[in-house]
Design a protein around this ligand. Structure first.
Ligand code: AHR
Length: 513
């Protein structure tokens, strides 16, 4: 409430079970574990840690991973994968080679490889998306890693997996055909033509082994790439019938003095998805194909890349360290609101974005932080992800907010309120996810329930906001920023009302009375 006792601004959107977009895809709530910085070593894996289990996995991090509601994890990179030899990470640990990782200029000990990671994924209860190295390697190595992972027995690599302790095939369904090969920074960077051909041939070979795999062609590393859209068009011309997905990656950061645009980052994500879909569909039309390519948004998050590039959080390049501290961004209240709104954008596009991975899971631009030998805690961005993953069920419902606009340098006028809803008809539950991107005033939100009739009560409501937008969770104060019960929540047969503080993310679950 304002000091006068009344919110000055109001907004509304109607909820209607007829406005379905698509079923909620559980893979929207994916994450990413790269052999980078301290994501693997002292992140998920730290044998000497007081909470480590007999496999060396930190159980505090495992518990937080489950609580985060992660459904699927992309592994093992990232830029790392484009120089990675998967076979370095199998067999007796003492015999595994230490290698240079040119992507992040550090040393990879290979203590954790495929078998360890698959064991961790089983404990975390997550599916694995395996990213193949199409930077320094090619079709044969892709087939080899697939054989090791998925072939039941009798072949050399299936028997090698069995002799390394895993009888049954892992049954990995989804494979990324490389990582960010459009980027000049990528080891094995390629033109769209070169990559498209390699991706098509690799996909065809993998499908000869297993026609049911789900394959992701590399899309643009971000929508500002000069090759954006032309890359997707050329790659899909060559791979259209061989792949199921095109990838998208996007990282958002505040630009000095322009928080307004940062808060509207989901406008950029909306445009990004819609442009990739338009490009894919135009290739499909030209090829006279009835198939629809889906988007795998398999890297997204808030990342202060300006700090990284200026060396503030970069590893010392002279060092060749093992698991150095790299891009361990500390997230604040504004970042959490942006992450919440990016999840709204992903859900809104559930008809075409059916997989997404927040990058990354632990320590490296991550919702979970851990200290070697010390505690693990939830960053601010943990909360909107965990609650959205838990509450988004059934069908995604499109909503059209009406309300105040605000000016941004990057996107022009933008609605202050953005929202999406989900409806689980079987459980009789509706969940609403909403942000107030305005910085100055609370907004009184009214949600007419006309399409549903007066059958709901509020089961739970959450708001993440704070007068101090720079507040963050730290080792000393791990719960400085947590969601609290939403304020001003009332429900009648006709409408739901709640109050949205400035710069806030909220979620509310309604159940049938
Ligand atoms: O997630 C960090 C890095 O960002 C990944 O390794 C790369 O794919 C992207 O550029």
């Amino acid at each position: 409430m304002t000091t006068q006792g009344e919110p000055l601004l109001s907004a509304s959107f109607r909820l209607d079970p007829a406005f379905t977009v698509a079923p909620v895809s559980r893979r929207t709530f994916g994450s990413f574990v790269e052999h980078m910085g301290r994501c693997v070593y002292t992140g998920i894996y730290e044998p000497g840690h007081p909470t480590a289990d007999t496999d060396g996995f930190r159980q505090d991090v495992l518990a937080l991973t489950r609580e985060l509601g992660v459904s699927v994890v992309r592994y093992p990179g990232g830029n790392f994968v484009s120089g990675y030899r998967w076979e370095d990470g199998i067999g007796p640990v003492a015999e595994r080679p230490v290698r240079r990782d040119l992507a992040w200029h550090c040393l990879e000990t290979n203590e954790v490889g495929i078998d360890e990671f698959m064991r961790w994924a089983g404990k975390a209860g997550v599916e694995v998306i395996y990213a193949l190295n199409l930077g320094t390697r090619g079709i044969q190595e892709a087939l080899d890693v697939h054989e090791y992972l998925n072939h039941p027995d009798r072949t050399r690599l299936a028997e090698l997996r069995r002799s390394n302790g895993t009888d049954k095939p892992y049954g990995v369904r989804m494979f990324c055909l490389g990582n960010e090969l459009d980027g000049p920074w990528q080891t094995g960077h390629k033109t769209a033509h070169e990559y498209g051909r390699l991706a098509a041939e690799t996909a065809n070979a993998l499908r000869s082994a297993d026609p049911d795999l789900e394959l992701v062609a590399v899309g643009s590393s971000n929508s500002s790439m000069t090759t954006f859209a032309a890359w997707e068009a050329e790659v899909l011309e060559q791979t259209y019938e061989a792949v199921d997905y095109i990838s998208a990656h996007a990282y958002y950061e505040p630009v000095e003095g322009d928080i307004a645009s940062f808060l509207a980052s989901s406008v950029d994500m909306d445009h990004f998805v819609e442009r990739v879909v338009a490009t894919a569909d135009s290739v499909g039309a030209r090829l006279k194909s009835t198939k629809r390519i889906m988007v795998s948004f398999d890297e997204w998050n808030v990342w202060r890349q300006a700090d990284f590039q200026s060396g503030i959080t970069a590893a010392d390049p002279s060092e060749w360290a093992v698991a150095p501290r790299v891009i361990e961004d500390r997230y604040d209240v504004t970042d959490a609101v942006v992450v919440g709104s990016l999840l709204i954008s992903l859900l809104r596009h559930s008809d075409r974005v059916t997989a997404a991975c927040q990058a990354q899971l632990v320590n490296v631009i991550a919702p979970i932080r851990s200290e070697p030998g010390g505690p693990a805690w939830r960053q601010t961005i943990f909360h909107p992800f965990a609650i959205t993953s838990r509450l988004a069920r059934g069908q995604v419902l499109r909503v059209e907010p009406h309300g105040p606009l605000y000016d941004t340098a990057r996107f022009g006028e933008v609605p202050m309120v953005d929202a999406v809803a989900t409806y689980d008809a079987e459980a009789g539950e509706v969940s609403v996810f909403v942000v107030n991107r305005g910085q100055d005033q609370p907004i009184s939100l009214t949600v007419p329930l006309g399409g549903f009739g007066g059958t709901f009560e509020v089961a739970e409501s959450w708001t993440l906001a704070d007068p101090d937008l720079s507040a963050a969770n730290t080792e000393d104060e791990p719960d400085r920023v947590v969601p609290v019960e939403a304020s001003g929540v009332t429900i009648t047969d006709e409408e739901l009302r709640l109050e949205l503080p400035p710069v806030s993310w909220s979620a509310i679950r309604l159940v049938t009375r």
